[in-house]
Every structure is written in structure tokens, then in C-alpha cells.
Design a binder for this molecule. Structure first.
Ligand code: HEM
Length: 505
């Protein structure tokens, strides 16, 4: 029989106190939204409201939006987070009050060696870096990099030829991931990686590793945030040290080679950051420091890789499932670049239907499904008090599936973004690249890279669904918006007749 004398009275007292504190601490932060009168799912001890309705976090947001409307309160582990998808409030948070109250994203502290990357930087530090790197993303600069992109899109198209000849079923991401990392490698540091032909490239392995956040570390810092500075000091980071070290060594090696070489004219990001670099730690206001150059270049690969590769995958999937849209797009491509003429930057960026197809794909699959900001001060917006330090989460995925804003939201309808319909769209209801001063810096670059690959591939091939294509898709619960299993499609050569039809229209 169980005996209480097994432990002494002191031990029992300690044990009961410990359990009580543990339980109290697990619930302690959960009254915030009740006090503010904001609805939301009921939190569970320590876990908060994570995955209450769906284990895929952005599908969970959709369920919450259905139940609680366009503003609700949730708890990410013990952290209170205000979800906002009301377009008027979004305008205030993302644009009007960006500089006063909502300049920064949430700080997770454990950013390791990427502590000074643009994405994580705050206030004046962010303003300074954004100001310094923005000139690398003007249309003029992207046009200069277009030939680097084209070099890689040709390789992609050639690589797909044997697959299309045999009408093979392919895991489409293998090809688009190779293309994306090759473009980023050449535009970031003029390195011709040729991943498309030699897939075992360490850069792609490291770029993929960046998004694999350690779950135990996430739970530890989320449940016991006061431990974060200690974990940081001990060298724990969400970004694997082997990966940040790899990028650091790569950038340093390239810089050393360049300083020894007579060739000094490169059209890549690294060159534009270093050539404007006149600052140092002691005099940081002038240019990027050496460390900031490394973090910024690394971050570009990180920010641009999975987002762009997944968008291309979802484009292929959506077109394969909607062959009439694909034919319409191929007609526009054939008219713009007759007889498979080389793709030109200006003409590409002016293709209306292509633009509608890409926009609609990013509505259905916004690869970054949530935005986040943090309130610097207590502020009242639309009658809702947002306390200082409160994290704001914008559920972009749920916003893009709101049936009042997007009728039949599950359907792929590029005409929603036709020239005349686009003017009627409230910009705060469509946020695949975020919004305001803190929006995606690489948007124009990403669109050029994505459109180029899509056009060149569709000049030559068509996609179709096959037995191996999963419909509907099961989504990956972790990381960015992506399928749980690789998407498989059939690739076919475009027939001559098909191309002729294009010419006649
Ligand atoms: C389809 C591709 C892409 C998508 C959907 C995408 C989406 C986003 C989103 C939603 C944000 C957050 C915006 C906000 O908080 O308002 C963001 C930030 C950012 N993105 Fe992208 N992105 C893409 C490609 C790229 C590429 C190719 C690069 C760089 C080469 C890039 C660089 C950045 C940077 C640096 C930020 C942080 C900006 C800042 O904090 O000031 N992105 N992106």
C-alpha cells in the first residue's frame, strides 16, 4: 500500500509547493484577453492555444477567424498574441503607426550570429540597414541581375527536357529549389552553383536547414522566456551554428578572393553592400559593418529560398489542376515572346495575365502565412487597447481565405487580379509580401525570378496532374506554407500545334 511516510514532511511540503508553482506558472499569463474583452480559444497549461483546432498553424488561424471574427486573442505557449485581420486596423498597424508603435517584429533573442540581420534588427538599427540595402533592390539593379537569372533559367529548362520527353512524373520542387538556390547564389555572391545539375550542394542543404527550428528550444524559450538571455550566452540559437558558420566562411572566402583579384566589377548583392561600405563598429552610421554584410547576405538566401521555391511549386500545381488557365497563360507567353524568343525583362514584367496568375497563387499559398509586429507602447486602435509589449500576429493565410473578402476562396481564379478587378481590391486584404515600411524587401527580385522561370518552362512544357498528384494537398504543419509530401506532376513537351494555337490568338 502507498505510504505517505515514504517522504518526510519537509519533502512533501517542497514537492507540493513545487507542483503548485509549476501549475500556477503554466496558467499565470492566461488572463490577458479576458480582461481586455477580446475573444479567443481557451488555453491549455503551458501550451496555450497552439493547435487547438488544427495542427497546421495557419489552418488553425482559419478556424479561429471563423469562430471569433477578425480580431482574437491567442497564447503561443505562455505568450499572449493578438491576432488582427481587420483591414482598417492593419492599415494603422502596418503603415500609419509603423514608425511610432509597430516598427519591430517580436524578438526571440536566440538569433545567434544573425542578430544584426535586417529581418531581426530593430528601430534605428533596422532603419539604417534598410536604408543601406534598399538601393540593391531597385528595378534598375534587378534588371542588371536579370542575365544571371536567365543563365539559371536556361539550365532549368534544359534539365527538364529529358523528363518531358519521357512524359515523366517528377517531384517538381527538386527542380525549382535547384533553380532558386542557383539564382540566389549567383545574385548574392556571383557563385555559379549549378545545383540544378549537381544537387548535392552544401548551400542548398544549409538553406533548407535554416527553417528547421529546434522544437525543444522553441518550447524552452516559449515556456521560460527568462532563460533566453542565458541560452543565448550559452550559444543556443534557432539557426544552426554550422549553417551560419558555413555562410560566414563562404562570404569571407569570396571577399578575400575579390580583394586579390583584378576584376572588381560584380553585379551581385555582396558587391553592392561592400562597395558602399565605409563604416566600422566605431563609426557604424556610414555603411554596413563586416558582420552586417555577412548577416545580410545570409539572410537574403534564407528569406528568398524557400519562399520563392515553394511559390514556383504551387504555381506548377495550380496550373496543372487548371489546364484552361495554363493554356491562357501559354497563349500570352507565345504572343509576348513569339517562337520561343528569349525572355526580356520589361516585357515579362508587363504581362497582365502572368501577373494575375502569380498574384492568385500567392493568395492561395502565401508562403509566409503570418506577419508579426510588437507594440512599443500601449495604444488604442479601433476601440481595442493593445498593451505595451503585446505581440501582434497578422494571419495572412486566414485573411486570404476570408469568404466575405474573397468569394469561393478555395478556387484558383486569376481573373480576381485582372487589371479592372485589381483596382477594387482593398490592399489590406492581400498581404503575401507584407505591407508598409517593413514589407518584403525582395518582392521585386522574387517576382522577376519566379516569372522568368515560369515563362521559360511554359514556353517549352506543360504540367498535368497524374495518379501520384495529391488532391487536395495535406499541408506541412511546420515552417512555411508547403505540402507535407513532395508534389508530383507529369511534365510534357508542348506540341507544335499547341504553340501554333498560341501564335494565332
Ligand atoms: C515569393 C517570395 C517571397 C515572399 C512570399 C516573401 C514574403 C515576405 C514577407 C511576408 C515578409 C514580411 C513582411 C512584413 O512583415 O510586412 C518578408 C520580409 C522580408 N523579405 Fe521576403 N519574400 C519573398 C522573397 C524574398 C527574397 C527573394 C528576398 C531577398 C532576396 C526577400 C527578403 C526579405 C527581407 C530582407 C525581409 C525583411 C524586411 C525588413 O524587415 O525590413 N524576400 N518577405
Amino acid at each position: 500500500m502507498f505510504s505517505f511516510s515514504f517522504f518526510s514532511l519537509e519533502t512533501w511540503t517542497l514537492l507540493i509547493s513545487f507542483i503548485s508553482i509549476f501549475v500556477l506558472y503554466g496558467y499565470w499569463s492566461f488572463g490577458v484577453f479576458e480582461k481586455l474583452g477580446i475573444p479567443g480559444p481557451k488555453p491549455l497549461m503551458y501550451f496555450g492555444t497552439i493547435g487547438r483546432y488544427n495542427n497546421v498553424y495557419y489552418l488553425d488561424d482559419m478556424e479561429c477567424a471563423k469562430k471569433y471574427g477578425r480580431v482574437w486573442g491567442m497564447y503561443e505557449l505562455r505568450k499572449s498574441v493578438l491576432a488582427v485581420m481587420d483591414p482598417d486596423m492593419l492599415k494603422t498597424i502596418l503603415v500609419k503607426e509603423c514608425f511610432t508603435y509597430f516598427t519591430n517584429r517580436r524578438s526571440l533573442i536566440l538569433n545567434g550570429d544573425l542578430y544584426d540581420a535586417l529581418v531581426f534588427s530593430e528601430d534605428d538599427h533596422w532603419r539604417r540597414i534598410r536604408h543601406l540595402v534598399s538601393p540593391s533592390f531597385t528595378s534598375g539593379r534587378i534588371k542588371e541581375m536579370f542575365s544571371l537569372m536567365k543563365h539559371n533559367s536556361h539550365k532549368l529548362t534544359e534539365n527538364l527536357r529529358s523528363k518531358a520527353h519521357g512524359g515523366e512524373v517528377i517531384a517538381i520542387k527538386d527542380f525549382f529549389a535547384g533553380y532558386t538556390i542557383d539564382v540566389l547564389g549567383s545574385c548574392a555572391f556571383s557563385v555559379d552553383l549549378d545545383t540544378i545539375n549537381k544537387p548535392a550542394n552544401p548551400l542548398i542543404t544549409h538553406a533548407e536547414k535554416m527553417f528547421k527550428i529546434s522544437v525543444p528550444l522553441f518550447l524552452l524559450q516559449g515556456c521560460f522566456p527568462f532563460l533566453s538571455p542565458v541560452l543565448d550566452l550559452l550559444g543556443f540559437s534557432f539557426f544552426p551554428k554550422s549553417t551560419t558558420d558555413y555562410f560566414k566562411t563562404l562570404v569571407e572566402k569570396i571577399r578575400a578572393e575579390r580583394s586579390d583579384s583584378s576584376k572588381q566589377n560584380f553585379s551581385d548583392f555582396l558587391h553592392s553592400f561592400t562597395s558602399s561600405q565605409t563604416g566600422s563598429k566605431e563609426n557604424p552610421n556610414k555603411g554596413l559593418t563586416d558582420h552586417e554584410v555577412i548577416s545580410t547576405v545570409t539572410m537574403f538566401v534564407f528569406a528568398g529560398f524557400e519562399t520563392s521555391a515553394n511559390t514556383l511549386v504551387f504555381l506548377a500545381y495550380s496550373l496543372a489542376r487548371n489546364p484552361e488557365v495554363m493554356k491562357h497563360l501559354q497563349r500570352e507567353i507565345d504572343l509576348t515572346f513569339p517562337n520561343k524568343a528569349p525572355v526580356q525583362y520589361e516585357a515579362l514584367m508587363q504581362m497582365d495575365y502572368l501577373s494575375s496568375v502569380v498574384d492568385e497563387c500567392l493568395r492561395l499559398y502565401p508562403t509566409i502565412p503570418r506577419l508579426d509586429r510588437v507594440a512599443k507602447e500601449t495604444v488604442k486602435i479601433n476601440g481595442i487597447t493593445i498593451p505595451k509589449g503585446m505581440a501582434i500576429m497578422v494571419p495572412v493565410y486566414a485573411l486570404h481565405y476570408d469568404p466575405e473578402l474573397w468569394p469561393q476562396p478555395e478556387e484558383f481564379k486569376p481573373e480576381r487580379f485582372s487589371k479592372e478587378n485589381k483596382q477594387k481590391i482593398n490592399p489590406y486584404t492581400y498581404l503575401p509580401f507584407g505591407m508598409g515600411p517593413r514589407n518584403c524587401l525582395g518582392m521585386r527580385f522574387a517576382l522577376a525570378m519566379i516569372k522568368l522561370a515560369l515563362v521559360e518552362v511554359l514556353q517549352n512544357y506543360s504540367f498535368s496532374v497524374c495518379e501520384e498528384t495529391e488532391i487536395p494537398l495535406k499541408m506541412d504543419p511546420s515552417g512555411l506554407v508547403g505540402p507535407l509530401k513532395p508534389i508530383k506532376l507529369k511534365l510534357m513537351m508542348r506540341s507544335m500545334d499547341d504553340a501554333e494555337v498560341g501564335k494565332g490568338n
